[in-house]
Design a protein around this ligand. Structure first.
Ligand SMILES: [Zn+2]
Length: 176
């Protein structure tokens, strides 16, 4: 952090404010304290006739690898709206009947992933601007060695094992 966004001062220092126990960026001129908190990433495991919709990334990081449609939640929207928006932006797909499925803390990168299961309305999906390909995969054909993120691999793993048991429950995990 180089400048205070409250007063414009460059006089910023990392220090532990009084009554706190963590290092924060503090403006020495106006006293403004900058708290940094985890970001929420949300998306959908969208299903059509037991097949799962995956997107191949057209952006870094992990260009060219497969992922579930997901992205950072925006201010002013609900989790479900964010998950549906990301599914539309990345896969031009509409989903409904969203069910909360996995909540995964990633403390090393200061993110929390919240993934929903959802039903695709139809098969009129297409590439959004951040995708090279969008495709439905059956559980036996998932591209396990070409997945972009461990949290996505874990979510798909849970889905496969839940699907085998025909019983889906909420999973709360941490990847450290
Ligand atoms: Zn300031």
């Amino acid at each position: 952090m180089n400048f205070c966004s409250a007063c414009g001062s460059a006089n910023i220092a990392l220090q532990i404010p009084e009554g706190d126990n963590k290092l924060r960026y503090v403006c020495a001129d106006c006293g403004c304290i900058y708290y940094q908190n985890p970001k929420i990433v949300t998306g959908c495991l969208a299903v059509w006739e037991q097949q799962i919709l995956l997107c191949r990334r057209a952006i870094e990081p992990r260009y060219g690898l497969w992922t579930l449609p997901a992205g950072f939640m925006e201010n002013g929207e609900s989790l479900e709206q964010a998950a549906q928006r990301e599914t539309w932006e990345e896969a031009q797909a509409k989903v409904n009947n969203l069910q909360l499925y996995t909540i995964t803390s990633l403390p090393r990168v200061n993110q929390v992933y919240v993934m929903f299961r959802g039903e695709l309305l139809d098969t009129s999906y297409a590439c959004g601007i951040e995708s090279l390909e969008v495709e439905l995969f059956s559980i036996t054909e998932l591209p396990w060695h070409k997945l972009a993120f461990r949290v996505i691999e874990q979510t798909l793993n849970l889905y496969c094992s839940d699907a085998a048991k025909k019983q889906f429950k909420l999973h709360v995990d941490t990847i450290d």
